[in-house]
Design a protein around this ligand. Structure first.
Ligand code: ASP
Ligand code: MG
Length: 405
């Protein structure tokens, strides 16, 4: 008798018919004797609609009230699901975030879970209920409703699974699992059967949308086995697990492409102590995170300083950069927004050398110029011109032996 947490995303509960398909699946597992916790997203499109309504009510919607509004999307699906299960003669009970004991900090719209007091959920499970929880929401210590950021139901599910020590947290979505790369870019992309938390984290950070980043952090911290799978079929999806359980461990597990960065270059900055501290200090103060950084070698006491930020932060980063450039007497600032960051990710890099060389050679053979390079223990990223992004992804996918037969 397993304890399973099953999370269903917006497309899986998009209308009553799909909600009833989800109920079928939950019912089946329940009748097999599994103890079931079902975490639900809002119906597809509902959260976006609510955000747009808020925008019509106010130019600057109050953050506390926005969370009250957004939380209704998940409240709706949780109630509908519990209702449906009950009308089938099953014992079921819905819980909002605060009723499920999800305590968060005060950061409206992107709250972090501090702890979960799961005794209500346990009690309901012990009484034989199917427990249905509204995802994406919690409450802070004033009892104010908070939401966990877009895609936050993943984090609700993994956190609840951690707190209940569930056997598995299944994330049901509209794709079959995690792929070696985006199948829309590379038709030879393959579904990965097992992937480590660290690899999954890199992929999520680099823009793979299948899991919210925080849910992977949680899964790693509390060692929750996560199964990403399709809600439209019975196929096995991708298991996200601890490194030691990752049997495949190929040198490279996946290739990602992030088109959401922009490059800023300070030309001719004085090559002196404290310059980088000024530039990046000012950006940090504004809450802008910088991704890649390159400083060129010095000529005549001056150097060029280049870095990337996300497109969302680009305008603000430019305002700040112009001010700082004046203060430090830099030459002009140059920018590039038509860029792509292509990355290869794999635990196997820890024990294999020459991975970077393979990557650079493959790109060179296609005449793709590399503008910036950065690495971590399990990732190598190159910035290239955006127009070569798809070619680069397909080239690297083949070069690292990921193409399906
Ligand atoms: N409904 C929320 C969103 O669209 C949370 C979620 O679906 O995970 O972001
Ligand atoms: Mg999602």
């Amino acid at each position: 008798m397993a304890l399973r947490v099953q999370k269903f995303g917006g497309t899986s509960v998009a209308d009553i018919e799909r909600i009833s398909k989800v109920a079928d699946r939950v019912q089946k597992a329940h009748e097999n004797g599994d103890r079931m916790v079902v975490v639900l997203s809002a119906m597809a499109g509902v959260t976006n609609n609510l955000i747009s309504l808020a925008g019509q009510a106010s130019d600057t919607p109050d953050k506390r009230e926005l969370d009250v509004l957004l939380a209704t999307g998940e409240q709706t699906t949780a109630a509908l699901m519990a209702m449906m299960l009950k009308s089938r003669g099953l014992k079921a009970k819905s819980f909002l975030g605060f009723q499920a004991g999800i305590h968060t900090d005060h950061m409206s719209g992107k709250a972090r879970i501090r702890e979960i007091d799961s005794h209500n959920l346990r009690e309901a499970l012990d009484e034989g209920h199917i427990v249905v929880v509204a995802g994406f929401q919690g409450a802070d210590d004033h009892g104010d409703i908070t939401t966990l950021g877009r895609g936050g139901s993943d984090t609700s599910a993994v956190a609840i699974a951690a707190s209940l020590k569930a056997d598995v947290c299944e994330i049901f979505t509209d794709v079959d699992g995690v792929y070696t790369t985006d199948p829309r870019i590379c038709p030879k992309a393959r579904k990965i059967s097992r992937i480590s938390y660290d690899e999954m984290l890199e992929m999520a950070i680099l823009g793979a949308k299948v899991l919210q980043i925080r849910s992977v952090e949680f899964a790693k911290k509390y060692n929750v086995p996560v199964h990403v799978r399709s809600s439209f079929n019975e196929e096995e999806g991708t298991m996200v697990v601890n490194e030691s359980k990752n049997m495949e461990s190929p040198v490279v597990s996946g290739v990602t492409c992030d088109m959401n960065e922009a490059r800023i270059t300070f030309k001719r900055v004085p090559d002196q102590p404290g310059i980088s501290a000024k530039v990046f200090g000012a950006l940090a103060e504004a809450g802008i995170s910088v991704d890649m950084i390159i400083q060129n070698s010095r000529t005549g006491g001056e150097t060029d300083l280049t870095f990337t930020v996300t497109m969302d932060d680009f305008e603000r980063a430019m305002e700040i950069s112009k001010k700082v450039a004046d203060q430090i007497h830099a030459g002009e600032i140059r920018t590039a927004t038509e860029i792509a960051k292509i990355s290869v990710i794999g635990l196997g890099m820890k024990s294999h050398s020459g991975v970077a060389a393979v990557m650079f050679k493959a790109l060179a053979e296609e005449n793709i110029n590399i503008r910036m390079i950065s690495t971590s223990e399990i990732r190598i990223s190159c910035v290239i011109l955006a127009k070569y992004a798809e070619l680069a992804v397909r080239t690297l996918h083949a070069a690292f032996g990921l193409d399906k037969e």
